[in-house]
Design a protein around this ligand. Structure first.
Ligand code: DGY
Length: 382
């Protein structure tokens, strides 16, 4: 029996049952699930449900679940879901470092995520943090609100000009590449990126842009893949982090690597907090007042490491990378279609363009199942 103050049931007479651990934006996602014959139990409370409460919500009949990046979806929840007859779990996020995919696979649970609708949105947030840090927007805003602005001054809040400088991108996947394009096209920055895989599409795009600039009589931009992460840190005036968080990227930016960066460099993180050793960053920013950082994510979210919030050379945001109405509603639709698709026995979509799933008549497939092959879900051909 669910606590009625914290949970709300929709379509009680549905044959299938789906548990959703947070109220999601918009109404389409709920319609998708109820039209697939699901009763949907939604946790309406804003506090974080623990594993215990989610296990109780799964109960002895649950076909699928949609959960959040703030929850640990590991062996306990997936075995509870399997015992309850469950077949699918979708994270309401593109990142799924909170999900033990191997455990899900062992329990026969398909795992979905929500890529494709937050690429530009998250890249734009990284750009917003970049300029907030470079041009000291938050410090200046506070100054004005405190009534300290008594007139224009030649040296008031001098910041960094980014135009024509070098942007370093760590992790040139969808979001990293979108950020790179925004900074290069918008501000004629030169790009140096580090990724285990070469992003040829990005390089070709940059080469074509360089040719275009030359055809206009302007200086071309440059783009190259670095041989190491350290090389990017040493060369770039601005570095933005976009790799996937896994054990190999935990504390990717530590005290040694911060020490490689230029004294007036800018470090942006709109991916996952544990990528940066936050205590080392606090020490580095204290020692180097010209160094700036823009953080949308934190090592132990929602907590901040001591001293971080007192630093005026750091701009902070509460994990807002994907926070636009269109994106958050799109994520909800994709999560619902992942769950409904698997429950209806649909194949898995393997193409990179996921936007057809936002249409009223989407492909008959589950949009993004990360362990489809391991579970044996066939690939959509159509
Ligand atoms: C994601 O989807 O991984 C984002 O961090 C959510 O904003």
């Amino acid at each position: 029996m669910l606590n009625d103050e914290k949970w709300k049931a929709y379509n009680r007479e549905g044959d299938r049952r789906v548990v959703v651990t947070r109220q999601l934006p918009g109404e389409r996602w709920l319609k998708i699930l109820t039209e697939a014959g699901c009763r949907v139990d939604v946790r309406t409370s804003q506090d974080n449900p623990g594993t215990e409460e989610i296990t109780a919500a799964i109960g002895d009949h649950c076909d699928g679940a949609i959960g959040q990046l703030t929850e640990v979806w590991g062996d306990r929840l997936f075995s509870a879901l399997e015992r309850a007859g469950g077949k699918v779990y979708s994270n309401y996020a593109v990142g799924y470092n909170n999900v033990d995919v191997d455990a899900a696979t062992r329990h026969g649970i398909s795992v979905g995520n929500t890529p494709g609708v937050l690429t530009e949105t998250t890249a734009e947030m990284a750009v917003a943090l970049t300029f907030a840090a470079a041009r000291r927007v938050v410090e200046a805003d506070t100054y004005v609100r405190q009534g300290k602005f008594t007139g224009w001054l030649p040296s008031l809040f001098l910041g960094e000009l980014l135009h024509g400088k070098t942007v370093g991108v760590i992790g040139a996947g969808r979001i990293g590449a979108a950020y790179a394009r925004m900074m290069v096209e918008g501000h004629k920055m030169n790009l140096i990126y580090y990724d285990l895989c070469r992003n040829s599409a990005l390089e070709e795009y940059m080469a074509a842009y360089a040719d275009f600039l030359v055809s206009r009589g302007e200086c071309p931009v440059t783009c190259r893949q670095a041989g190491s992460l350290d090389e990017v840190l040493e060369a770039a005036d601005l570095v933005s982090l976009h790799p996937v968080l896994d054990p190999s990227t935990h504390h990717l930016i530590d005290a040694r690597r911060l020490g490689l960066m230029k004294k007036s460099a800018i470090l942006i993180n709109a991916s996952r907090g544990p990528m940066i050793d936050e205590a080392a960053l606090v020490r580095h920013c204290r020692k180097n007042p010209a160094f700036r950082a823009g953080l949308d994510v934190f090592e132990n979210e929602p907590e901040l490491k001591p001293g971080l919030s007192a630093l005026t050379n750091v701009v902070l945001a509460p994990h807002l990378g994907s926070a636009t109405g269109w994106t958050r509603e799109g994520m909800a639709v994709l999560a619902a279609r992942n769950v409904a698709g698997i429950l209806m026995g649909y194949p898995a979509w393997k193409r990179s363009d996921i936007l057809p799933f936002l249409d009223d008549v989407p492909p008959q497939a589950a949009p993004s199942i990360v362990n489809a092959e391991e579970i044996g879900i066939p690939e959509y051909v159509g």
